[in-house]
Design a protein around this ligand. Structure first.
Ligand code: NDP
Length: 604
């Protein structure tokens, strides 16, 4: 297994100068249109959203009843479904818009896609399925296979509706059940529903003038066109690009993983950059089978999950099992705080420790660019001038190196972005780059309202809509239960642990909790379970006392972490987690559910 070198910082850091630079770089990128700069894949752009992976098969509409229906066939639906089946509730239907299970890992098959959080903690239900990850950071096909494995092992394919989008979900008060309608003409009922539609599943395009005019080939990274590029998701070379000039627009976590593959294959590759990502050491390595057998003793994955969370998210842990770039920053902060005399461990000194550790870390990441990149000007342009958690941190050992290739050009737009797309190419800095193909690594909708991303509203008791319930901000207990929406369970991180560095940990805990609640309801003969208004209000009140998230520092460059640099709407205050942090939340949740009282829920 790999380690991250804890290199002592030699050069003194001029913090004031760095902050000034951060603010200047942020200011270059601030723009009034914020989130609305992006385009939805609708109308003339709808073809960008089509599924290139699985043929669409006609089927008859479904009109039956199931005990539990789950909307979304990604990790959230799979882990909840698995826990329900384990609890003896086998009548589970997953409804999924993709042609198979997998969610993110169904759609994102771009070359080089792999998990950025260690497989041992990222891939769900490894212990239950007996799968040993092949690499410290598994590649996408292995993660998709794990999704399929969970689906098979727990019988979740039997009732699943794939290539199916939910259009309406309404509570039938008289029958105490939900009525679910889909775009395939289905209209079935469910005693309970789960919602795991994911935070990053609606692809978006940059709002670049002329985007519809391009006459060459183009696609979004989450709909990779292997027919055009050659190669496959398993890493076969993209041979059909040998005579092609390719543009990739965007340099976020997706581009960082696929650029090396494009660079190795294309005749010419132009990487259009608006903001550089911070790219730290990856140090991927195969997982040694013998080592794994030694580690994989009963309860191993839960121990690893808890250990990662304790190390990454400001908890306490004796050792660091994963030891990577995610836990490195926290380790540095803890070490600085550990060196403070007890009487000096106050909030101001802790924030200072955080800031110092971050400056040190980012200086190392910038120094790494100089070490790798041959051309000094290119190196300068690839440096990220912001705190590490202002934007999604990236980790890769071949991305920066790709810019040393003669066929690869970095087209840095100095924060301005691409100016225009023409019939034949991409314009930036007043120059047109003629290309055969444009690949949009422009990310996914974040921060838009739930209804828009999910594609449906939820109509609860007395015709009350979810969009109304959350109009002034999200209101839940544990991020799972919403008053007015009986028998409905949301599976997502916000208002729970809110552990962003390892989203599956949030989901597996929610899945386990939901299965225990449903088992309890069925055993007690209860037809309905709902959070009380008082319990929900108390939870929201507790959350609002959480300290502001460090990633929201005002000097951050715009991105989806900070509402594209626009003032946060009042409702964003509600997008928080348990004030004492993820480690404490998971402990609290375990106590809450195992007491059997499910305090705050009403069973009737
Ligand atoms: P991002 O939203 O992170 O990146 C979009 C990119 O497009 C940014 O570099 C953005 O620049 C750029 N862009 C937008 N508009 C323009 C424009 N007009 N001109 C030029 N560039 C433009 O999307 P990704 O798909 O990379 O990642 C989304 C998220 O998905 C990640 O943050 C991560 O959470 C997840 N992910 C996870 C992975 C994993 O775990 N293995 C792998 C990949 C993604 P700017 O920065 O200036 O806005």
């Amino acid at each position: 297994m790999s380690d991250v070198a804890e290199a002592p910082q030699k050069r003194p850091i001029d913090k004031q100068a760095l902050l000034k630079k951060y603010i200047a770089e942020r200011d270059k990128r601030l723009r009034a249109d914020g989130n609305s700069q992006y385009l939805q894949l609708k109308g003339q752009l709808a073809h960008y959203a089509e599924d290139p992976y699985t043929p669409f098969v006609e089927r008859a509409p479904v009109t039956d009843h199931v005990t539990f229906a789950f909307i979304g066939g990604g990790f959230a639906g799979l882990v909840t479904g698995a826990r329900l089946v384990e609890a003896g509730i086998k009548d589970v239907r997953i409804v999924e818009k993709g042609g198979d299970f997998g969610g993110t890992w169904y759609w994102n098959r771009y070359p080089g896609a792999q998990c950025d959080t260690a497989s041992m903690v990222y891939m769900p239900l490894l212990e239950e399925t007996g799968h040993a990850p092949s690499e410290k950071y598994a590649h996408a096909p292995e993660i998709l296979e794990q999704c399929q494995r969970i689906g098979r092992q727990f019988g979740l394919y039997d009732k699943a509706l794939l290539h199916t989008e939910v259009t309406d979900v309404s509570w039938d008060e008289a029958a105490s059940r939900w009525v679910i309608a889909t775009n395939r003409g289905d209209r079935f009922t469910a005693s309970f529903i789960g919602l795991g539609t994911g935070p990053l599943h609606v692809p978006k395009l940059p709002g670049i003038p002329g985007i519809e005019d391009f006459r060459g080939h183009s696609f979004h990274t989450s709909r990779w066109d292997y027919d055009y590029t050659g190669g496959d998701p398993k890493g076969a070379p993209l041979t059909k690009l040998a005579d092609k000039r390719v543009a990739i627009i965007g340099t976020g976590a997706t581009a960082v993983q696929c650029v090396p593959h494009l660079a190795a294959a294309a005749k010419a590759l132009y990487v259009f950059q608006r903001t550089p990502s911070s790219v730290d050491v990856r140090a991927n390595a195969p997982i040694d089978r013998e080592w794994f057998e030694g580690v994989a003793t009963p309860g191993w994955q839960q121990r690893w999950l808890e250990n990662f969370t304790a190390n990454q998210a400001g908890g306490t842990a004796e050792e660091d099992l994963v030891k990577d770039g995610w836990t490195d920053l926290s380790r540095r902060i803890r070490s600085r705080i550990g060196h403070l005399p007890l009487e000096q461990r106050n909030l101001a000194n802790m924030l200072a420790a955080y800031e110092d550790a971050d400056f040190e870390k980012m200086e190392e990441i910038r120094a790494r660019v100089d070490e790798i990149i041959g051309d000094a000007e290119t190196a300068q342009r690839l440096k990220a001038w912001y705190r590490q958690l202002c934007k999604r941190p990236c980790f890769h050992d071949e991305y920066l190196q790709a810019f040393n290739r003669p066929n690869v050009s970095l087209v840095d737009t100095d924060g301005k972005g691409v100016e225009r797309i023409t019939e034949t190419g991409v314009v930036a800095g007043g120059r047109e780059y003629e290309v055969d193909c444009i690949i949009y690594a422009s990310g996914f909708e974040v921060g838009t309202e739930y209804k828009r991303r999910a594609g449906f509203d939820l109509t609860g008791r007395d015709g009350f809509k979810l969009s109304e319930a959350w109009a002034q901000g999200m209101r839940t207990k544990h991020g799972v239960h919403v008053h007015g929406f009986p028998n409905a369970f949301f599976v997502q991180p916000t208002q729970g642990a809110n552990l962003i560095s390892n989203v599956p940990h949030n989901l597996t805990e929610a899945g386990r909790t939901i299965a225990m609640i449903i088992r309890h309801a069925l055993d007690a003969g209860a037809k309905e379970v709902e959070v009380t208004k008082d319990a929900q209000d108390a939870w929201v009140e507790l959350l609002l006392h959480a300290p502001a998230r460090l990633m929201g520092s005002p000097d951050c460059t715009p991105g989806y972490y900070n509402n594209e640099g626009q003032p946060q709407h009042e409702i964003a205050r509600y997008n928080v987690g348990y004030p004492a942090g993820p480690q404490a939340y998971f402990k609290y949740l375990e106590d809450w559910r195992s007491s059997g009282a499910f305090e705050g829920l009403e069973f009737r």
